[in-house]
Design a protein around this ligand. Structure first.
Ligand SMILES: [Zn+2]
Length: 266
């Protein structure tokens, strides 16, 4: 399923797999600004996305990171629209091979066709769009965020998912996420488009609140750890119990992983 909304100069394209033809459990967004497409959703929505973009002015694709819900349309767009892409070198390496996915990923997003791109530089100019590339590897290796300088629009990829995150994947580095959010605070965006399909106007407060929450949580986790508590004991003391997402994701996304990331070296 695909839903497009115009927000100022940005077309927000929300996509997701619908098992009943009506409801989508997990949306992920791609964004179109000028002729630049940012991300391509998952494999299940690749045909809808390509149909939607056909006939529109799209001249360049940028992927924020290699995850299967962000590159699913890459290969079909390259074939049908001859769309060329840019990405971080690490993203290029990871999205060009065959993906290994857990059952929950296959159910929600599916296997993306391997795709290619050229390495992105520190900035991209395409028509009237000037994007600054911000390296934000807290979510995964090679993750970048994009900042449209003139309009002060931030495309934050999967760095910001909510004000009080309490789960993480094994490849996430919560210390790095705190640094990534500080980078967002420094650029002072007017609006932030997050990959979950959420546009946050005047996002400074939200970003600061999230960063402070993560710092406070980090300090609490480290204090309890220094008192000899195990990660399970810390989880119970700070969060009560494990997130329901853990069992739904074959334990790939959990509060325990979030705590253990904070216990690793920065
Ligand atoms: Zn991701």
């Amino acid at each position: 399923m695909l839903k497009a909304t115009q927000v100022g100069d940005v077309t927000e394209i929300k996509m997701g797999r619908s098992l009943d033809g009506q409801n989508v459990r997990y949306w992920v967004a791609a964004y179109l600004i000028g002729g630049v497409l940012i991300d391509t959703g998952c494999d299940y929505s690749k045909k809808e996305l390509t149909d939607f973009l056909e006939g529109k002015q799209v001249s360049l694709l940028i992927n924020t990171h290699y995850h299967e819900d962000h590159v699913g349309g890459n290969a079909l767009l390259a074939r049908r629209l001859k769309l060329e892409g840019l990405a971080h070198p690490e993203t290029i390496r990871l999205m060009s091979r065959k993906y290994e996915l857990y059952p929950f990923q296959v159910e929600i997003w599916g296997y993306p066709d391997p795709s290619t791109a050229l390495p992105i530089g520190a900035a991209v100019k395409e028509g009237s769009v000037n994007l600054r590339v911000i390296e934000t590897p807290g979510h995964c290796r090679g993750h970048i965020s994009l900042f449209e300088e003139e309009r002060r629009i931030l495309f934050s990829g999967d760095i910001w998912v909510g004000e009080r995150p309490k789960t993480a994947r094994a490849e996430e580095n919560v210390h790095q996420l705190i640094s990534d959010l500080k980078k967002f605070e420094e650029i002072k965006p007017k609006i932030m488009f997050a990959s979950l399909g959420k546009a946050v106007a005047e996002p400074q407060k939200v970003i600061e609140t999230t960063r402070k929450y993560l710092e406070e949580t980090r300090d609490q986790v480290l204090r309890l750890h220094s008192e000899g508590k195990s990660s399970q004991q810390i989880l119970e003391e700070l969060f009560g119990r494990e997130s329901v997402l853990a069992s739904a994701t074959q334990n790939q996304l959990s509060t325990k992983i979030f705590i253990e990331s904070l216990l690793r070296e920065t």
